[in-house]
Design a protein around this ligand. Structure first.
Ligand code: ANZ
Ligand code: ZN
Length: 822
């Protein structure tokens, strides 16, 4: 008997699968199935999180292949980004060299896991053959008015020296380096994702196979608010002030107005007044505060009166105008009507600055003398202090107020979204160059499609200072204007790397296309991704951007689908000692070490067995040992059976033990299939297989002469097949030892026989015209219909009723069937 030499076996089958193209092999006669794991950033080393993510995907891919699907399971590299550039600054290595080396290293590590990727479709976002199409897509967006440039106040990380999207600012800090994020005015490129806000929101309904929590996060991020835009006349000023409110019903309670300090009116309103200096000082003070900080309920409300007044369009009241920290310039209209009685932030502010608090809605159960103390009343109720609207329910008043405003042309219902346009410019080298040229004569000119890709130059200096390193490359900057031919300058900013990952799943469908990002036919065939798997940290940004890209690409006529990812699985973290495994915590276990010691099959089995995929997984050395022992046990089971010739024993009449084993085999097939198929409960699937292995051991111990060789063989083959998505190398080896000459993944996933999993039987009688003709054993849970069928198909019964007319069949479950004939 040979021992389980995982090193030899794993290498052997990895090479074999690659050479025989077992997985890079397509047959369009079968239904397609596209399984995808989020592609990694090539940091140079895989960690346990990767092992978990890819093992989950690999189970799905192998399982679906055995189920007869035409499976697409590709892999690639999200290869642009800051770490490569930082390495260049620090160690003087070119980002391209650094990245290419890391990809090579990581690919070797991935190969040791035996993942069923089709590497022929590998996508690397930093290669010109890929970013050419990222640029091409940018141009299509540009021509549709969905990519535009504007001067704006952007989040600026002083340490990374680049702008950040709102999404990359976490609690006021840079997502990457944790520095406090400030604000800066810059002229930047944007994608107009807000044009798709409504579609992105509405189509969340189509995402049936997504976790609810992710759908809610997307919904909150888009942040739809229904309300009204109301115009307040400003005294002695030619323009009126527009505010956005979700509570037009509270308009009579607006006792002051607030402008964001950065609101364009502010300087004009204080121009010739004593307030000018104070306002300036206030704005300077706020510059270092993030939006989150400013609007947090914990932050002290601060502001000042600017010496001007508005007129309430419905009540005619004169109300003072303030600027304050808690109103943001880029939400709504950048100005609010403040209603302290019904909004907590306004109330805190009003109490601090001694502003009137006027309740205009009272709870139904309270009287007209309702007052507000330190807590705002933000619910619905009955209107008070609101002129003609008094006595109405506030929900009703909402509409009535809007109607009144519309009549007076001072307001209308509107919808506001929290979602902002996507800022994509980065002052960075290692990203996709934005294919735009600035010409003194022609202005902003897109690069001609036939001149794509705009390639990254090599003669750049990585100084680490402010501007994009591309500004240091003479060869890059100067170029003839695509329109007039005069010398012009290229855009030196590159794209946010989220742009690269917003369409990579489409490129896999047709990875070598030289004329388009992908052929429509290929896209329509493979998309949507049937199963997408990745970390929940991408629940907002990456998924939202990918959904947006897919929708635009559809509107460009390049594909027919509306949503890119049909089913989404967000896997949990890998923990050790209760904390997330991470380099900074120093609690990592290296996949290389585990694979070296136990083999990839054990590593895979452990991460799949130790917890359901969506839950966090606690690392356990004993758990790994246990999985290793189990695989050894399976190995010995098969080896011994082959050695002792147990599989060649003749079959014969079934004994009780045979029947028990047969039952277990079919029950396990059913369980494992359902666990994988319906719930991705890989852990319970594996424990089901473990039980079957135990049963086979027990069965093998019974007297050799009484073993049913055919059945035993079926049991062993079932274990091999069911285990093959989880521990692929060992099972492939055993499959071949069993005498098969082609891959287990080209074989059929086992099917259970529904009859074999019915355990209890009862005896019933079959009667013809009330006379007992036969007694038979049947499954006890058979219903009336099943009973009737069995009775009528019974041989003896058929002889009796031959040539006669069946008038009626009376079936009494568990007892009898009476057939009335004439
Ligand atoms: C009057 C009012 C009365 C409000 C009331 C609320 C309650 P969401 O749901 O997030 O859309 N608001 C509007 N623009 C703002 C800005 N740029 N910065 C800070 N706050 C702003 O919130 C909409 C509400 O937030 C708006 O409705 C406005 O306050 C405030 F009893 O207007 B409300
Ligand atoms: Zn020009």
């Amino acid at each position: 008997m040979t021992t389980y030499d995982f090193k030899k076996i794993e290498k052997k089958w990895q090479e074999n699968w690659e050479n025989e193209k077992v997985f890079a092999n397509y047959n369009e006669e079968h239904p397609k199935y596209y399984v995808l794991e989020m592609f990694p950033y090539p940091s140079g080393k895989i960690h346990m999180g990767h092992v978990r993510n890819y093992s989950i995907g690999d189970v799905v891919a192998r399982y679906k292949k055995m189920q007869g699907f035409n499976v697409l399971h590709p892999m690639g590299w999200d290869a642009f980004g800051l770490p490569a550039e930082n390495a260049a600054i620090k160690h003087g290595i070119h980002p391209d060299v650094w990245t290419t080396q890391n990809i090579q290293d990581m690919k070797e590590q991935l190969d040791t896991l035996g993942l069923s990727y089709d590497w022929d479709r590998e996508v690397t976002t930093c290669k010109p053959d890929y970013y050419k199409w990222t640029q091409w897509l940018f141009l299509q967006f540009y021509h549709k008015g969905l990519a535009y440039k504007k001067e704006s106040r952007v989040n600026w990380c002083p340490s990374c020296e680049t702008v950040l999207a709102n999404e990359q600012v976490v609690n006021g800090q840079c997502e990457r380096c944790d520095s406090a994020v400030g604000k800066k005015m810059l002229n930047q490129w944007y994608f107009k994702i807000t044009d798709y806000a409504e579609d992105l929101l509405a189509d969340i309904n189509l995402l049936e196979g997504w976790p609810n929590k992710v759908k809610i996060m997307q919904e909150n991020w888009i942040g739809k608010s229904e309300g009204a835009e109301i115009e307040f006349e400003i005294q002695d000023f030619e323009k009126s002030l527009k505010v956005f409110t979700t509570r037009p019903d509270t308009i009579f309670g607006a006792t002051y107005m607030v402008l964001a300090p950065e609101h364009p009116y502010v300087t004009e309103l204080v121009k010739d007044t004593e307030y000018q200096e104070k306002v300036k000082a206030f704005i300077t003070k706020l510059q270092h505060m993030s939006d989150i900080e400013r609007t947090s309920t914990d932050t002290e409300k601060e502001g000042l009166f600017i010496g001007r007044y508005c007129i309430n369009p419905l009540s005619g009241q004169k109300i003072p105008i303030f600027i304050a920290n808690y109103v943001l310039v880029d939400y709504g209209t950048g100005a609010i009507m403040a209603v302290p009685a019904h909004d907590q932030r306004d109330l805190d502010f009003a109490r601090k600055y001694n502003i009137e608090v006027l309740p205009v809605i009272r709870p139904e159960e309270s009287g007209d003398t309702f007052t507000i103390d330190t807590e705002a009343y933000d619910e619905e109720g009955i209107m008070i202090n609101s002129g003609e609207f008094n006595g109405l329910r506030s929900a009703e008043a909402f509409n009535k107020v809007c109607e009144a405003l519309e009549k007076g042309e001072t307001g209308k219902k509107t919808i506001n979204y929290r979602l902002r346009d996507w800022l994509l410019s980065r002052q960075r080298y290692w990203g996709t160059p934005i294919p735009i040229v600035y010409c003194d004569r022609c202005g902003i000119v897109p690069v001609k499609e036939e001149n794509l890709p705009v390639e990254l130059p090599l003669d750049v200096k990585f100084t680490g200072a402010g501007l994009s390193p591309l500004t240091t490359s003479e060869s890059f900057i100067y170029t003839p204007c695509p329109q007039c031919g005069e010398t012009a300058k290229r855009e030196t900013d590159t794209m946010d790397t989220f742009v690269d990952s917003s369409w990579y799943f489409l490129r896999y469908a047709d990875a070598h296309n030289e004329n388009l990002p992908f052929a429509k036919e290929a896209g329509d065939y493979w998309m949507p991704v049937d199963q997408y798997i990745g970390g929940v940290e991408h629940a907002i940004l990456h998924l939202l951007y990918s959904r947006f890209f897919t929708k635009v690409i559809k509107d460009l006529g390049l594909i027919d689908i509306k949503e890119p990812f049909k089913n989404l699985l967000t896997q949990g973290m890998v923990l050790k000692d209760g904390a997330k495994m991470s380099k900074s915590k120093g609690n990592t276990v290296s996949p290389e070490e585990i694979i070296e010691k136990y083999g990839a099959d054990t590593a895979r089995l452990f991460v799949l067995f130790a917890a359901p995929p969506e839950r966090d997984l606690e690392w356990s050395d004993q758990g790994v040992e246990g999985c290793f022992r189990f695989l050894n046990r399976v190995w010995r089971l098969v080896e011994e059976a082959l050695e002792n010739n147990k599989l060649n024993l003749p079959s014969r009449e079934m004994t009780k033990q045979d029947k028990d084993l047969q039952y277990m085999i079919h029950k396990t097939i059913k369980k494992v299939t359902e666990d994988i198929e319906e719930r991705f409960n890989f852990n319970t699937a594996v424990s089901g297989i473990m039980e079957l292995v135990n049963d086979l051991y027990k069965y093998k111990e019974i007297d050799k002469s009484t073993i049913n060789g055919l059945l035993f063989k079926q049991g062993i083959e079932t274990v091999i097949s069911l285990l093959s998505p989880f521990a692929p190398h060992m099972t492939e080896e055993l499959w071949h030892k069993m005498g098969n000459t082609t891959s287990v993944y080209l074989s059929q996933w086992p099917k259970y026989d529904p009859k074999a999993i019915v355990r209890d039987e009862v005896e019933i009688v079959l009667q013809i015209n009330g006379k007992v003709k036969e007694k038979i054993m049947i499954p006890s849970n058979l219903d009336k219909e099943g009973l009737e069928r069995i009775a009528l198909e019974n041989e003896k019964v058929q002889r009796f009723i031959e040539g006669k007319e069946v008038k009626k069949v009376i079936a009494v479950p568990k007892k009898l069937v009476n057939i009335v004939v004439k």
